[in-house]
Design a protein around this ligand. Structure first.
Ligand code: AP5
Ligand code: MG
Length: 188
């Protein structure tokens, strides 16, 4: 199964992808996690991305695509994958389609998690208190939501036009949302 998980910052993409990975044995590919690993390791790429991420801006398409191509070359991807946090703009949609066409592994499901903006602000404020992620401060959260509206909302439309979009309410408990996703995927 090849899934693109879409949704605003804090909508639960990472949480739900982790559960789907455990349940369905899919590779979970989060470009945010890959970038944070580069920042933590202090690589050249991480140094370039660090401040951009902390502000809540998008890292350049070329950097993210290079990193994604390397990850998609790993063996576990052939069993199926969940992409979390990619694509985030229309250029990334096109780059992804081209890559997956070359690999003969096209996206089958694009699933949008719908969450109220007030819940997003609460969830990310809670995580800021617990984990201190550099982009969970109020200014960066506001900016991430703006970037999402301006650049990532067209991605949802892109998959709708391709006939691949399904929407799932992302409010409720983590387990309720997980069950909704399994039902949608015919795996409940
Ligand atoms: P990324 O890491 O992708 O962050 P994001 O999209 O802003 O989303 P989050 O990871 O904050 O939220 P999520 O939807 O995964 O929700 P989660 O499960 O964590 O990107 C970070 C940055 O990296 C970007 O701003 C950009 O700079 C860069 N980047 C990444 N990809 C890029 C790309 N393709 N191109 C360019 N730049 C890129 O949940 C959030 C919180 O809520 C958690 O604390 C969780 O425990 C809690 N929670 C989850 N579900 C529930 C629930 N049902 N009820 C209550 N709490 C819940
Ligand atoms: Mg995430």
């Amino acid at each position: 199964m090849r899934i693109v998980l879409l949704g605003a910052p804090g909508s639960g993409k990472g949480t739900q992808a982790t559960l789907l990975k455990q349940k369905l044995g899919l590779a979970h590919i989060s470009t945010g996690d890959l970038l944070r690993a580069q920042v933590a390791a202090g690589t050249e790429l991480g140094l370039q991305a660090k401040a951009v991420m902390a502000r809540g801006e998008l890292v350049s398409d070329a950097i993210v695509l290079g990193m994604l191509e390397a990850r998609m070359g790993e063996a576990d991807v052939a069993q199926g994958f969940i992409l979390d946090g990619y694509p985030r703009n229309l250029a990334q949609c096109q780059a992804l389609d081209a890559m997956l066409t070359r690999m003969a592994l096209p996206v089958q499901h694009a699933i949008q998690l719908d969450v109220d903006p007030t819940a997003i602000v609460e969830r990310l404020a809670e995580r800021a208190r617990k984990e201190g992620r550099s982009d969970d401060n109020p200014d960066s959260v506001r900016y991430r939501m703006q970037v999402y509206q301006e650049q990532t909302a067209p991605v949802v439309e892109y998959y709708a036009n391709a006939g691949k979009l399904q929407r799932v309410p992302g409010m409720g408990s983590v387990d309720e949302i997980h069950q909704r996703l399994l039902e949608l995927l015919g795996q409940a």
